[in-house]
Write a protein of this length. Structure first.
Length: 171
């Protein structure tokens, strides 16, 4: 971290790599096959750049995915990351959380801080994250107020492990 990379190779063969921290220029695309040679990766922190989550489909050991200001495509591919315990989408451009996040049964921390474009969290998504310990949602400037379209605070009552809750509720 601390070095802004302007490009990445098509892939790296690092079969024992467990932690990868990258900071990229905003216009850098992470190549589709970049993670194929990193089968053991458990922690990925990416700041900047553009990433298709489909490229992580073979990263079955991934436990922490931290994306800061990273343009993320195909969020529905998160369902493939069944060991994921920590998901941070800081300052991302996501407008709606995909329902597939609800399939992440091991998720303990969901951090949506700074997701200024987030408008919708599907009903029953949060309530399905039974192991969730920390939920951080801040700086959300709007939401879909259509009844039944957005999650409600009542879903939190089913989260028996929830210890930390940070919400910024707009007017």
């Amino acid at each position: 971290m601390g070095n802004t990379l302007a490009e990445l190779p098509e892939g790296l063969v690092c079969p024992q790599l467990k932690v990868l921290l990258l900071e990229l220029d905003d216009d850098v695309n992470v190549p589709e096959g970049f993670f194929e040679g990193m089968k053991a990766i458990e922690v990925l922190s990416l700041q900047g750049g553009c990433l298709s989550l489909q490229s992580l489909q073979f990263s079955t050991n991934l436990q922490s995915l931290l994306l800061r200001g990273c343009e993320s495509k195909d969020l529905n591919w998160l369902r493939k990351l069944q060991r994921l315990e920590i998901l941070g989408l800081w300052c991302s451009s996501v407008e709606e959380l995909p329902d597939e996040i609800g399939t992440l049964k091991e998720l303990r921390l969901l951090d949506l801080t700074g997701c200024h474009y987030l408008r919708r969290i599907p009903v029953n998504l949060i309530g399905r994250l039974k192991k969730l310990e920390e939920l951080l949602i801040g700086d959300v400037v709007g939401c879909d107020s259509t009844e039944g379209m957005n999650a409600s605070l009542t879903e939190l009552s089913s989260l028996s492990h929830l210890a930390v809750l940070s919400l910024t509720i707009p007017e």
